[in-house]
Design a protein around this ligand. Sequence first.
Ligand code: IFM
Length: 417
Amino acid sequence: AMKRGFDACLKDHAVAVEKELASGTLECDADWPTIQGLNFGLLHLNMAIGPAAARTGVPIKGLTGYGYRFVNFWDMDFHMFPYYLMTRPWDARNLLVYRYGQLDKYRENARRWGAKGAQVPWETNTRGEEETAPWLCLQEREIHISADAAWMFKMFAEIAGDDSVLDSMGAEFAMETARFYASRIRWVRSRRRHELPDIGCPDQYHTFADNNVFISLMARWNLEYAVSLAGNTRFAKVAEKISLQPEEIDEWRNKAQTLFIPAPDKEGIIEEFDGFFKLEPDLEGITESYCRHSQAVKQPDVLAATVRFEELYSEKIRRANWRFYNDRTLHGSSLSFPGMAFAAARCGLNDEALYNLQKSARMDLDDVNLDTERGVHVSGAAVAWQAIVFGFGGLTPKADRLELRPNLPRQWEFLKF
Ligand code: IFM
């Protein structure tokens, strides 16, 4: 009976995929090769999700290749989820089920590193275990992924309009990840502030750092969100289930209020982490394996922070940071070009956005990195979709409304999504 059920599921899924094949996802008048490349990526994104995602998540190459061994990175929670949420919310929910179903393993993972609460592994397998190679030193440092995962529950609750996911999964998840961050944050007496030390920047060329702006913002958000959930009597049963103490809520509030977040300097530039400005600015001769001492970044996580926390930074500051980090980004990750396109489009740097979009869109059709045989870069495609729809399309989903402020590149007359 189970097999018959499963076959039926697959059949439904196949029919849905066939429909997708027949219908283009994005259209515009002037940039056919870019749109073709993107639709190719979106097709693979659509094929990669279905009922089984509740057990497997969506690995970064979708179902297309063995590159990265079918594990789940932040690519799923942070980069792909917004695409699924906006286009196939019934499937997006499966990603919440996947993360929540592994919560006990994440609790074990936190204890393994001497922390409390729940720590999502940087590379998670279907059993909820950590798969990151230990010599990368990222298992205990690339810690934004716990908040990236918690954010999915909030987005789903607000935007899919079904906040029952908070009762059944999200409140518990976000409180446990808040516990994790609270146990990772340290009080630094000499500077009289809380800090988040010993982290690996999402940029990924700087693995041993303190106070990365992206991670600290995500951690602070998680603490604040958990405070708001814990203060709501609706979630009293959840609090009881995880034996939440009133002092813990005070601790979360206090740490969120006093956590150090690197601020823009006189020129408006945000330092990626402590000491980044003092690193070697001359990138002559820098390569991926020889760059830690320099300001070279693999992918600009400061820009990802200014996009997600757009309300904290003026357009002028976002533009200044875009230009600063553009000069320092080596694009070692396939997330980099589309991420830069997205950030540029959200602050009106349209020519720059289009250039970066074009660089990323045909990554696989033209085998730009000579690695498509290892799988399609589906997470890059999801970010490129955001660059178009949230960037040029100017779509901003809010809890109570959709905002739309189109800002097309001058080369395009229309965009359909
Ligand atoms: O998750 C990414 C990471 O940010 C950069 N290296 C590749 C991973 C998978 O895309």
